[in-house]
Design a protein around this ligand. Structure first.
Ligand code: PLP
Length: 392
């Protein structure tokens, strides 16, 4: 046996460990202090009643001979795939065929597994900074990466690659920068992919946070995108499903990849849990929509609060309007970890160092609006007070 040598090329997962280590070290030298955690990208509000009821009902069905279910269809139940089309695509003028919808156990698995569909010598372009799954799954597959640096001077919008890229990962609204792409900007990428025979893997995990009416919700709102784009979505952040696990991926027939993905899924995936799919279906009921939207709205208000308070503290901040993340430049030219340590030591606030999302994230930290509102208010008051009294 020889292990996959490419795993050696992965960077260690030091980011979250370092954050925990530094937080624990602080607490052990300052007993009795409480840290306010504004770093974590996981939802915190409980599931709405309508979803919990659907989970209970689905579990009860499993307890009864007449309604018990075994393996479901690998691609997902038709009722959920149809609900996805009717609720997430048709209102935006996008026509998707039911065979092009693949229910998943969340975006994370599909974002990693899709890489199996492509030949090894494909060149991959990834935004820098980025959610780590794109880089790591590309490295595991032994492919070359071109980084698309997202810098302040370009408003954190990636520029088209100079060398030809075959596979392009795009994520909007973006984690970690909180930035969105306008229709015009997204069109450039679709045109690039069509001209170069590339495929775009479009991560729309934060679609439900879009506020601006001119921002496309799906890449398929752009003409011709169904020839070149795969779209990955999740109920994790739109409906609080990070523990329930459900999402979906659209692989249009015209990409020429649908049959491959179906084959991959039918071989290696035995379907998303019936209970999770029933829970996902409940998000599309009137009550489900109302309560999921209310939860997203709560996080969005927290994001606005973080953003305005950081601005009042004199910091340069980005994102936070169409995303739960606020991308904040470290003051005084500090690097990400220096600002992280300052926030930890002086304000007892835990953030996420931007450099953990890639080299272009150096000099930034990410704040997350999934944090408890009272903690945010307290944290921001401490940051403002400390920064204003420390002003050099
Ligand atoms: N894509 C992005 C950009 C994310 O931030 C996350 C989770 O934080 C995921 C995908 C994974 O989501 P899921 O819970 O559906 O696996």
């Amino acid at each position: 046996m020889k292990p996959n040598e490419y795993y050696r090329n992965l960077e260690g997962q030091y980011l979250f460990k370092d954050i925990v280590d530094r937080s624990e070290a602080y607490l052990s030298s300052h007993p009795g202090q409480r840290l306010l955690k504004l770093g974590v990208g996981d939802v915190t509000l409980p599931l709405p009643d309508v979803i919990v009821r659907a989970i209970h009902e689905a579990a009860d069905e499993m307890a009864c001979q007449a309604t018990f279910r075994g393996y479901g269809p690998e691609q997902g139940y038709k009722w959920l795939r149809q609900a996805v089309i009717d609720n997430d695509y048709l209102p935006y003028g996008v026509n998707i065929n039911i065979d092009e919808v693949f229910i998943s156990d969340g975006a994370g698995s599909d974002l990693g597994n899709l890489s199996e569909l492509f030949a090894k010598d494909n060149k991959v372009a990834v935004m820098n900074p980025a959610y780590p799954a794109y880089v790591d799954s590309t490295i595991m597959a032994g492919r070359e990466i071109t980084y698309l640096n997202c810098l302040a001077e370009n408003h954190f919008i990636p520029q088209l690659p100079e060398e030809k890229a075959d596979i392009i990962y795009l994520c909007f609204p973006n984690n970690p920068t909180g930035i969105v792409l306008t229709r015009q900007e997204l069109k450039k990428w679709v045109e690039y992919a069509r001209a170069n025979g590339s495929v775009i893997i479009f991560d729309g995990a934060y679609e439900s946070f879009i506020s601006r009416p001119d921002i496309p919700h799906s890449i398929y709102e752009i003409e011709g995108a169904d020839e070149v784009a795969i779209e990955v979505r999740s109920y994790s952040k739109s409906a609080g499903f990070t523990a329930i696990r459900c999402g979906y991926t659209i692989v249009p027939e015209k990409t020429g990849l649908k049959a491959l993905w179906l084959r991959r899924q039918t071989t290696k995936y035995n379907g998303t849990s019936y209970i999770s799919q029933k829970a996902a279906l409940a998000t599309y009921t009137p009550e489900g929509k109302k309560s999921s939207r209310a939860n997203v709205e709560y996080y969005k208000q927290t994001a606005r609060l973080i953003k305005t308070q950081l601005e009042e503290a004199g910091l340069s901040v980005y994102g936070g309007e169409n995303a739960p993340y606020i991308w904040c430049r470290a003051p005084y030219g500090w690097d990400s970890w220096r600002f992280f340590d300052f926030l930890l030591q002086q304000c007892q606030v835990v953030s996420t160092p931007g450099v953990g999302f890639g080299s272009a994230g150096e000099g930034f930290v990410r704040f997350s609006a999934f944090s408890a509102r009272e903690d945010c208010i307290e944290a921001l008051a401490r940051i403002k007070k400390t920064l204003i009294s420390n002003r050099i």
